[in-house]
Design a protein. Structure first.
Length: 667
């Protein structure tokens, strides 16, 4: 091949390569990454940088769409949490995107409903259903707004449309009925239920809700008949009926005819016990314990109702912890104890059921002791609880609540009945119980040592607590035992030993409830032993107050603290920091408050905060003073004191608790 031919071939190859490169560099259309709806939704109003993007969505546009979805989810969460201010701001921000009008309209309606602006909610709802007349959710929202705005006729039309458009007529009817009852239109609710019974051919449809509506309308006998039919169909529904009645329209003083009709129904041969149990619960709320027991006691002998009774007792025992009315607390305790005792000792009953009843019985005893629900005669009540817990031990020695309730009974005997020796005897008997779980052994020994100290038997108390403190298996209880021992050392004049023990406690158990107090006492002892105007003599003047506290003599403690403050003011240089003096003044104010001497306590706390503003107890004195003012019903004065605390001591250890107390005060 000639040189000319070679050059021509190379030229052809180069041209082919250039053509291929040109083809490779030509932009090719790519399929869109999102549908046309997504492109329409997320185009901002007025152009801007987003308007300059290519016609086909790219990675940036997909990220923008995902971000807007997240913002809508954030908006829904804000509305759910009730943060209406931030929700309104976010709606205004999202309104800049032209494609979000429909999505935001339903949120605007919800926001207006939450804000109580029902007129605006109705206007927005009408606009929404005009734009989307086949959306059942919008008709439901419009119906709810119309009910809240006091337009029941228009609301009924909107809810009818909601039910027509909804695929599930049954659930739609339930939603409509709930809205009518919640907004105070029981007549509409009852009418809706009656019509749906014909449509669905179900004569028992929404029986509980119909009974509530009838009772709210004053048709008491009809409501009782509806409840009776419901309970005969399913006795286990009594819990739902009971809750809905008590949280709804039922009032003991106004609905005597309802109760009387239920009582008549309970006497029918076809009754299955549900009516009697329900009436007993209604009587219990009114404080009629004897009537309630008379109705329930015959039911304990019926095996078919055993589980229903147990369920009722469990519900009442859970509610007992939440009650605040002392009369209702006592009535509930007086009802639960005999009923559960009968179930636990019922001959021929299933052993599993008896043991469960015994466990509930022990739990009720513990809760009653915590709430001081032992009746007018605390000593007789404590004796009764002792017998009751003996029954629990006989039926279910492995009860989860048995031993904790026995320890609480010992605490009650020591602190309320002022019988630490009797409490110690109870605990000594527990130590001989072979069924006592290992994890409960440490608490029994700790409580026993405290009882010995309260009885004045410091030698036996020191022995028990020392053995517990040396046991490596019970570190938590052992730390508490060492705390008591350190205070006993201080009370008996062993100041150096007390100082060292307090230091070890604070280092070993920094998260314990007594750690801060141990650290303070250890520092005070160390400082006082180096104090030129203090020393062991001043500590010796304070020691009787600690001894009186350990031995459960509150009056003697007040006297000892008053004597100490008088001597300290005479001997100490109060122009210098005197932390023991400040602590004693704070303790005396607390003791005054415990004795009902609130005026003296408030005066002493104010004096402590004014005269020792740089001390360790000034901020604590202000916090305690605010608490006493709040308990006395002087909310404005409490607010003033706590605001002073926030301004003067922003680094106070418990400043967050003070802020929470301030937020809880009425405006």
């Amino acid at each position: 091949m000639s040189a000319r031919a070679v050059a021509r071939a190379a030229l052809l190859v180069g041209l082919v390569g250039l053509a291929a490169g040109a083809v490779a560099q030509t932009p090719q259309p790519t399929p869109p990454r999102s549908g046309p709806m997504e492109q329409r939704l997320f185009v901002p109003k007025g152009g801007g940088r987003d308007a300059d993007k290519p016609a086909h969505p790219d990675v940036f546009q997909s990220q923008q769409a995902a971000n807007l979805r997240r913002r809508l989810i954030e908006l829904d969460r804000l509305l759910t949490l009730g943060n209406l201010g931030r929700a309104a701001g976010l709606i205004d921000e999202l309104a800049q995107h032209s494609g979000l009008e429909r999505e935001l309209l339903s949120r605007r309606i919800r926001l207006a409903q939450l804000q109580g602006d029902h007129a605006l909610a109705v206007a927005l709802g009408r606009e929404a259903v005009a734009a989307a007349p086949d959306d059942p959710a919008l008709w439901r929202g419009l119906g709810a707004s119309l009910l809240a705005a006091g337009e029941p006729d228009s609301a009924r039309v909107a809810l009818d449309r909601f039910m027509v458009l909804n695929r599930n007529t049954r659930s739609a009817a339930i939603v409509g009925m709930d809205l009518m009852l919640e907004n105070g239109y029981p007549g509409l609710a009852v009418g809706l239920i009656d019509s749906m019974r014909g449509v669905l051919s179900e004569p028992r449809f929404l029986g509980r809700q119909r009974a509530l509506g009838l009772l709210a309308l004053g048709r008491q006998k009809e409501a009782a008949a509806e409840v009776s039919d419901e309970l005969r169909a399913n006795p286990y529904n009594y819990a739902l009926v009971r809750t809905e009645l008590l949280e709804g329209p039922y009032r003991p003083a106004d609905h005597g005819a309802f109760r009387a009709e239920l009582m008549a129904k309970a006497g029918d041969p076809a009754a299955r016990g549900g009516e009697a149990l329900l009436v007993a619960n209604l009587d219990l709320v009114a404080g009629r314990v004897d009537e309630a027991l008379a109705l329930v006691t015959p039911l304990t002998a019926q095996p078919a109702l055993t589980m229903v009774l147990l369920q009722n007792c469990l519900t009442l025992s859970r509610e007992l912890k939440l009650l605040t009315d002392p009369v209702q607390v006592q009535a509930t305790v007086d009802f639960l104890l005999p009923v559960l005792e009968n179930l636990a000792r019922q001959p021929g009953s299933d052993l599993v059921i008896r043991r469960r009843a015994a466990d509930y019985l022990a739990e009720v005893c513990g809760t009653a002791l915590e709430l001081d629900g032992l009746g007018d005669d605390p000593a007789a009540g404590a004796e009764r609880f002792s017998r009751t817990l003996a029954i629990v031990r006989e039926v279910n020695p492995g009860s989860e609540h048995l031993y904790s309730s026995r320890i609480r009974l010992a605490d009650y005997t020591r602190d309320r009945l002022r019988d630490p020796a009797g409490a110690a005897r109870q605990l000594e008997g527990m130590l001989l119980d072979l069924d006592l779980p290992t994890e409960g052994l440490a608490l029994v020994r700790l409580t026993l040592g405290e009882c010995y100290l309260a009885a004045g038997d410091t030698a036996r108390g020191r022995t028990v607590l020392t053995r517990l403190g040396r046991d490596p298996e019970f570190r938590e209880a052992g730390g508490h035992a060492h705390y008591h021992l350190a205070r006993l050392d201080l009370a008996e004049g062993h100041f150096a030993t007390a100082r060292d023990r307090f230091a070890v406690i604070a280092l070993d158990s920094p998260g314990a409830a007594y750690a801060n107090d141990a650290l303070e006492l250890g520092l005070i002892i160390a400082e006082e032993m180096e104090n030129p105007s203090g020393g062991p003599e001043i500590l010796g003047l304070y020691a009787p107050a600690v001894y009186a506290d350990l031995t459960a003599h509150p009056d003697a403690r007040v006297t000892a603290l008053e004597r100490f403050l008088g001597e300290a003011e005479r001997r100490l240089d109060l122009t210098a920091p005197q932390h023991l003096y400040e602590r004693a003044a704070f303790e005396l104010a607390d003791a005054y408050a415990a004795h009902g001497r609130d005026d003296e306590a408030l005066a002493l706390l104010q004096r402590l905060a004014l005269e020792h503003p740089d001390g360790r107890y000034a901020a604590r004195a202000l916090q305690r003073r605010g608490e006493l003012l709040q308990e006395a019903g002087r909310a404005a004065a409490a607010r003033t004191v706590w605001e002073q605390l926030l301004a003067q001591y922003p680094d106070y250890l418990f400043i967050d608790d003070v802020r929470e107390e301030l937020r809880a005060l009425p405006q």
